[in-house]
Design a binder for this molecule. Structure first.
Ligand SMILES: NC(=O)C1=CN([C@@H]2O[C@H](COP(=O)(O)OP(=O)(O)OC[C@H]3O[C@@H](n4cnc5c(N)ncnc54)[C@H](O)[C@@H]3O)[C@@H](O)[C@H]2O)C=CC1
Ligand SMILES: O=C(O)C(=O)[C@H](O)COP(=O)(O)O
Length: 401
């Protein structure tokens, strides 16, 4: 079986070696129809548009897998019509996105992290990512409302089987202090998300509200974000995804209080889990042996986190606990550092090479930034107050006594 994979697919050799006669890796953004001529299995990421043009010479193709949650880059009806099996990796990097959001919010409440607990949050799109985010924020004591009309109409419970008690409209979501957007990018259906969030809607946000998009850039146009922040300079934008990618307008990055290059889901676990899920799906669809390795076999163990509880000050247990949480989350997942590296990468090149710089930033991030999920990071309970240990546990850390 001949496998062609994106060069940024971690652990592909280890996971697919037993079922492949050949594994070739190539840059996903510039994949050509010729490269697919004698290929049985294609493994892609979000940067490869899998459509009729790309598959023009793929007469041998039996399976397409994308190691991503989003599937807007795949022509699924075409695959069905050509009887090519398809799999994505739903939920693979959802925990990583939630860690990123938590890090971004704690960084934005730098002076007084405990004040985050008082913020009213709206989560738009409450699937694998938004559902987990809602659970995590509520566990930390935040009031969270949820806007997800498809889920509301279908009376779908979240990934933990819980029915959402706080569904609101998009209009109402934009009365929150923090709006986090985690919808897919869709152009059809009852609730298409293409440019769903308008400049008018953004301008209805309360003073100094924060809008975070870690779903897909196309859900809100750059023009709308620029117009809204021109009219309302107090609004805070945290953007991980852009319209368009990779050639985003630098003017929008200048307006954002935090900007990163589509890396919210780039935890080491999330990326390896994505490849592993494709290996599992290939086994099921083509009746092959299942993979023998698990996520933990493919990653090194994580050393315990070192926290400086003295630096946080002990006079107020709740305030201290939030400061420790901020310290802990930002050590593991550092959106401020990611933001600085992103700006530096894009400013270092002329406009014509910005798209390449965007891709290079993501590639380097994935290869060099060993970002682990909070759930994999051990925290020693000794030396922590009961309040701090409890808060770290509720944030998702593996707190050990
Ligand atoms: N920035 C990053 O690194 C990452 C971005 N993503 C993006 O986040 C998106 C969401 O991921 P998941 O939660 O795993 O997807 P999911 O499919 O599990 O959940 C999406 C949710 O959005 C809801 N939704 C759909 N249309 C909506 C609308 N018009 N208004 C409100 N809600 C709507 C759906 O009902 C569903 O509950 C993905 O499609 C992907 O595009 C995912 C992972 C990483
Ligand atoms: O899973 C998704 O959907 C995402 O947006 C991923 O973070 C995309 O990562 P790449 O496939 O572009 O590396």
């Amino acid at each position: 079986m001949r496998i062609l994979a994106d060069e940024n697919m971690p652990a592909v050799a280890r996971l697919f070696a037993d079922v492949a006669t050949e594994i070739r890796t190539v840059p996903g953004r510039t994949l050509t129809p010729e490269q697919l001529a004698a290929v049985d299995v294609l493994l892609v990421r979000s940067v490869t548009r899998v459509d009729a043009a790309l598959l023009a010479q793929a007469s041998q193709l039996r399976f397409v897998g994308t190691a991503t949650i989003g599937t807007d880059h795949i022509d699924q009806p075409l695959l069905q019509q050509r009887q090519i099996a398809f799999a994505s990796a739903p939920g693979c990097n959802a925990a990583g996105v939630v860690d990123y959001v938590l890090g971004a919010l704690l960084a934005q409440y730098a002076d007084n992290p405990a004040a985050l607990a008082q913020a009213r949050v709206a989560v738009v799109g409450a699937g694998n990512v938004g559902g987990r985010l809602t659970t995590r924020l509520r566990a930390l004591g935040l009031a969270v409302m949820v806007c997800d009309p498809p889920r509301e109409q279908a009376c779908l419970p979240d990934q933990d089987g819980v029915s959402e008690p706080c569904f609101v409209s998009l209009q109402e979501a934009f009365t929150a202090d923090i709006v986090c957007c985690h919808t897919p990018y869709t152009r059809a259906g009852d609730w298409p998300t293409h440019h769903m969030i308008s400049a008018d809607l953004l301008q209805q946000l309360p003073l100094r509200a924060l809008f975070l998009n870690a779903g897909r850039g196309g859900v809100v146009s750059s023009a709308a974000l620029l117009a809204a922040t021109r009219a309302r300079p107090d609004l805070r934008l945290v953007l991980d995804v852009w319209d368009p990618e990779p050639d985003l307008p630098l003017a929008l990055l200048e307006r954002a209080v935090m900007g990163t290059g589509h890396i919210a889901g780039y935890s080491a676990e999330g990326r390896v889990r994505g490849t592993l899920m494709l290996r599992q799906a290939l086994a099921e669809k083509l009746d092959l042996p299942p993979p023998e390795l698990k996520v933990q076999d493919l990653l090194p163990p994580v050393p315990p986190l070192r926290l400086d509880s003295d630096a946080a000050g002990a006079e107020q247990p709740v305030a201290q606990a939030w400061q420790l949480l901020q310290q802990a989350v930002l050590q593991v997942c550092d959106p401020l550092g990611d933001d600085a590296r992103f700006r530096a990468a894009l400013h270092a090149v002329p406009a014509a090479r910005r798209g390449q710089a965007f891709d290079q930033y993501r590639k380097t991030y994935a290869a060099e930034r060993d970002r682990r999920e909070l759930a994999s990071v051990p925290v020693e309970r000794a030396g922590l107050s009961a309040t701090a240990a409890d808060l770290l546990h509720r944030a998702g850390f593996a707190v050990h006594s």
